[in-house]
Design a protein around this ligand. Structure first.
Ligand code: URA
Length: 289
């Protein structure tokens, strides 16, 4: 009895230690022997896909050199260039958001998919959205429910939208990656690059009047700018890709999670929200005869 209690205490202590060092996911019931011999990398990887967006694409990291410590074949991700090309090919072929969703479901080129519970693609109403908002990455609640911004920061986002007369029926909300990074770490450039073709195609299919990046990482990905969010918020630029019939007005807002931590920044966020409302209320230019 005593030894059972001691074992339980030791297990709890071990779990606490895992938690304290950030290990909060169980990826597999079986250990992976990463010291096993690994077959060499494909010596002729396909070329990187052409850039289709005016907005910059994040850097893609080079594939690891042959012989470096990569996972064994069953768990090995595709080389980055190949995965991005597959994502571009799949996304480009789609003509509707439903087709794009099916293509994303068929895509296995992003390593995040293996550790996530659900794909978190978008929420809202693509056919009616005048505004599209893009955050960084799904968190734990989003992963559980398969919808973006449904945790604490999502509740604040809903209130921010309501303050300018919007709700999820009038917008589309998505993220730079569609699967939760383990332990809520930031997505890396490879993960963002493999999701970006799907995000770009979603923006093309929604064709919103206004594109809003939520927070610095999303602004960097979408707006092709290197400045931080404090400089980018409140400014307007345009977002254009080959598949959009005209450029979309684009801006950035503080991320709602940041506003929860720094309520003093809400004053600026409110100003930025009002600027979005003003743009939406501006009379539209008449098409020229
Ligand atoms: N933060 C994000 O950037 N996206 C979400 O979906 C939730 C929280």
């Amino acid at each position: 009895m005593e030894s059972r209690n001691a074992r339980a205490e030791a297990t709890i202590a071990l779990l606490r230690w895992y938690e304290s060092v950030g290990v909060d996911e169980c990826l597999s019931a079986l250990p992976i022997d990463r010291t096993r011999a690994i077959p060499p990398e494909d010596p002729n990887p396909p070329p990187a896909p052409p850039r289709v967006a005016a907005a910059s694409r994040p850097d893609t990291r080079p594939d690891p050199p042959p012989g470096s410590a990569t996972p064994p074949p069953a768990a090995r991700p595709r080389p980055t260039g190949e995965a991005v090309k597959a994502a571009c090919d799949l996304a480009r072929e789609t003509r509707t958001v439903a087709e794009l969703r099916a293509a994303l479901d068929a895509f296995d080129g992003c390593a995040l998919k293996r550790t996530a519970t659900n794909t978190v693609f978008y929420d809202g109403t693509p056919e009616a959205a005048r505004v599209m908002l893009v955050g960084e990455a799904p968190g734990a609640e989003e992963d559980r429910r398969g919808l973006p911004f449904v945790g604490p920061s999502g509740m604040l986002l809903d209130r921010m939208l309501a303050s300018i007369g919007l709700d999820r029926a009038g917008v589309v909300i998505s993220n730079t990656v569609f699967w939760r990074p383990p332990g809520n770490r930031s997505p890396n450039t490879t993960e963002i690059a493999t999701c970006l073709p799907f995000l770009e195609r979603l923006i093309e299919l929604v064709a919103p009047e206004i594109l809003v990046a939520l927070g610095g990482p999303a602004a960097k990905t979408l707006l092709a700018r290197s400045e931080g969010i404090t400089r980018l918020r409140g400014h307007w630029s345009t977002y254009a890709t080959a598949g959009l019939s005209h450029p979309v007005a684009a801006t950035a807002l503080y991320h709602p999670a940041y506003l929860l931590r720094s309520p003093g920044a809400k004053r600026e966020a409110w100003r930025d929200l009002l600027a979005i409302r003003r743009r939406l209320n501006e009379p539209k230019e008449e098409p020229r005869p």
